[in-house]
Design a binder for this molecule. Structure first.
Ligand code: NOJ
Length: 503
């Protein structure tokens, strides 16, 4: 007997076959899954003193380190020059084929005085141009309102340790929604409050360089959580109906593996002190800071003679307001570590109040950044932790990436490709096997840029930038073409397969 099938039947059959193959191989992205790339304003823009832009905290901090000399090796004065080269950058993003671009706004470029009494026309126009260019190329903008740079005048008033910063941020966010709301459907309020606050107010390696461990960072996060909530509420009440977008927060998270078998506590405590510090108030059923933080910091403070906990308290009203203020869980994940609990010892502050010490497994490969060990399995673990802890919220991976050394001629960045491959593989297991609710994956970063305290010594770009050349010439690395291939085929592709198909 002979059967005749029409062409469309055969095509459907082939698609099904390919799909079931990629499911079996765990190389499929779920339907509608989006892949993007990220950067931030201070790290890439440069143009620190063009038009009427105000001075920001990082301008002051980096210039201060150089005794007032503007030295482009150690500052973001020129950085990757994206302020001037944004069209070229967007062309590169479009050529690679990314679905979206996560970028941030410079507060001081929009509000030069720091306050809402003066809006810079040029600053606003610049971002409108950038957003229009993205739309013209079919790239969705994903805008972070605050990625660590704010007008210096606000730092002079205490920065994030001043509770009025909550009002200033609210004013800034409202202006940003008014000016760009019709062009932006996806917002992040604040990037990594935990890292920002610890580095700015505990270790002092970020602007403004204050060292107030055990006090400064707790106040800073407290104010950021309120500022985030206000921005979310404004969007909800005044803009969501018209602009129909989503808004959330970006949280940094390592995965913490317990050193000792059967020790489930240390891993959880480490999670609560890092990601939970921000996520518990927003995503947990009861809201507020993680109970373990409240207990341990409260007890330590008492032992140290403080009349109240060094961890500020939210009123019942704020606990309710903060809860639920994120349409997605933005996760920046790069690495993992090993943790174990240590006996209580009030004299040493009991290891940053947590009672946990961390280390790394010596067999883990390391990137250029000292904190970045390559531990792909930790990615699946943290996604599962978020799923269990917060009832499987929609997760957007807002950053994931690998650093190389500045002095390497590393256009052939095979280590970075291996990193991306192994991390995406674990993410797909979390999605396809464990049922984690992940919708987006963002590679960090599109360009080599100013890596905060490490200046230009560590390079996260999938595109190399020549900082010795006044043109800041861009050269896509091999990882950019590998990601292009993944985007094109909508499938995770091994380096060997990619290499074999290269012309
Ligand atoms: C997270 C931060 O958001 C980003 O600014 C930084 O460059 C990367 N981590 C790498 O350190």
């Amino acid at each position: 007997m002979i059967f005749f099938f029409d062409k469309s039947f055969i095509i459907i059959l082939l698609i099904n076959l390919l799909y079931s193959q990629c499911i079996a191989e765990n190389t499929c992205f779920p339907s509608g899954f989006k892949i993007g790339v990220a950067s931030s304003a201070y790290q890439t823009e440069g143009a620190w003193n063009v038009s009427d832009k105000g001075i920001n905290n990082w301008d002051t901090f980096t210039h201060g380190k150089n005794q007032g000399n503007s030295n482009e090796d150690n500052t973001g004065d020129i950085a990757s020059d994206s302020y001037n080269k944004y069209k070229e950058d967007i062309q590169i993003i479009s050529d690679i084929g990314f679905d979206y671009y996560r970028l941030s706004l410079s507060w001081a470029r929009i509000l030069p005085n720091g306050f809402a009494n003066k809006i810079s026309e040029e600053g606003v126009q610049h971002y409108k141009n950038v957003l229009d260019e993205l739309h013209a190329k079919g790239i969705e903008p994903f805008v972070t309102i605050y990625h660590w740079d704010h007008p210096d005048v606000l730092d002079k008033l205490g920065g994030w340790t001043n509770e009025l910063m909550v009002d200033y941020f609210e004013d800034y966010a409202r202006i940003v929604f008014q000016e760009f709301g019709s062009r932006v459907k996806l917002w992040a309020t604040i990037n990594e409050p935990n890292i920002n606050c610890l580095s700015s107010y505990s270790t002092g390696v970020y602007a403004p360089g204050f060292k107030m461990p055990g006090i400064g960072p707790y106040i800073c996060v407290h104010n950021m959580l309120k500022a985030h909530t206000r921005a979310y509420e404004i969007y909800d009440e005044e803009f969501r109906q018209i602009n129909n977008g989503k808004i959330g927060i970006v949280i940094a998270g390592f995965y913490h593996f317990s050193v000792e078998e059967n020790d489930t506590e240390s891993s959880d405590v480490a999670f609560q002190y890092e990601s939970g510090w921000i996520a518990h108030p927003i995503f947990s059923k009861n809201g507020d800071y993680p109970p373990v933080m409240k207990e341990r910091i409260g007890e330590n403070s008492k032992l140290e003679g403080y009349p109240r906990s060094r961890l500020p308290e939210f009123s019942p009203d704020w606990i309710q307001r903060i809860k639920g203020t994120s349409d997605y869980f933005g996760l920046n994940h790069y690495s993992s570590n090993l943790v174990k609990s240590v006996p209580k010892n009030p004299i040493t502050g009991w290891i940053n109040d947590s009672g946990i010490v961390s280390s790394v497994d010596k067999s883990w490969m390391r990137a250029a950044s000292i904190w970045l060990s390559v531990v792909p399995k930790g990615f699946r673990s943290i996604l599962n932790k978020i799923k269990c802890e917060y009832n499987n919220p929609p997760v957007f991976i807002t950053e994931n990436g690998y650093s190389g050394y500045a002095n390497e001629s590393d256009i052939q960045d095979i280590n970075r490709i291996n990193y991306f491959y192994s991390y995406i593989e674990e993410m797909l297991l979390a999605i396809n096997v464990d049922g984690c609710n992940v919708h987006r994956y963002t590679a960090w970063s599109i360009l080599d840029s100013f890596e905060w305290d490490m200046e230009y010594k560590e390079r996260f770009g999938i595109v190399h930038v020549d900082f010795n050349n006044p043109n800041r010439t861009r050269t896509p690395r091999l990882s950019a073409s590998w990601l292009g291939c993944v985007l094109n085929r909508r499938k995770l592709i091994s380096f060997d397969e990619f290499n074999a198909n290269r012309i």
